[in-house]
Design a protein around this ligand. Structure first.
Ligand code: MN
Length: 133
């Protein structure tokens, strides 16, 4: 075994996120047989991802605050610590904090064979789609 010391927190890029979103990497593939990627992601109030989908789906586990997760059918879920949300492969969605709360989640997903195609990024989430349920 070996200890993997904490890496610096990184701020997620404005091309793919609205507002301030910070990521701490937790796990990534250590050899060619592995695909698992895990990160802790913190959203300031009002911050959210752009619309996107994941080639092999994604599991989100809420650890702090109050979050919102939306899909193209207009459904927006309000989620709290202890909740786990699964989005299947290819389902377009967004996730973030509410306008009034911070939110932290663990994001867990498997890399695609080409890691660059693991997540497909789309347009930002406008105010019409970003709202509490
Ligand atoms: Mn996602």
């Amino acid at each position: 075994m070996h200890l993997m010391q904490k890496k610096p927190t990184v701020k997620n890029p404005p091309e793919q996120f609205t507002g301030d979103v910070y990521l701490d990497a937790i796990a990534s593939p250590q050899d060619d047989t592995q695909r698992m990627v895990v990160a802790k992601v913190r959203f300031l109030p009002g911050a959210r991802t752009a619309w996107h989908s994941h080639a092999h789906g994604q599991t989100l586990h809420i650890t702090e605050g109050v979050g919102l997760i939306g899909t193209r059918d207009g459904v927006v879920l309000e989620v709290r610590p202890g909740d786990t949300i699964y989005t299947p492969p290819g389902e377009e969605h967004w996730h973030g904090a509410t306008p009034e709360d911070f939110m932290e989640h663990l994001a867990m997903l498997d890399n695609a064979a080409d890691p660059a195609s693991t997540t497909t990024w789309l347009e930002h989430v406008g105010d019409a789609d970003y709202h509490r349920p």
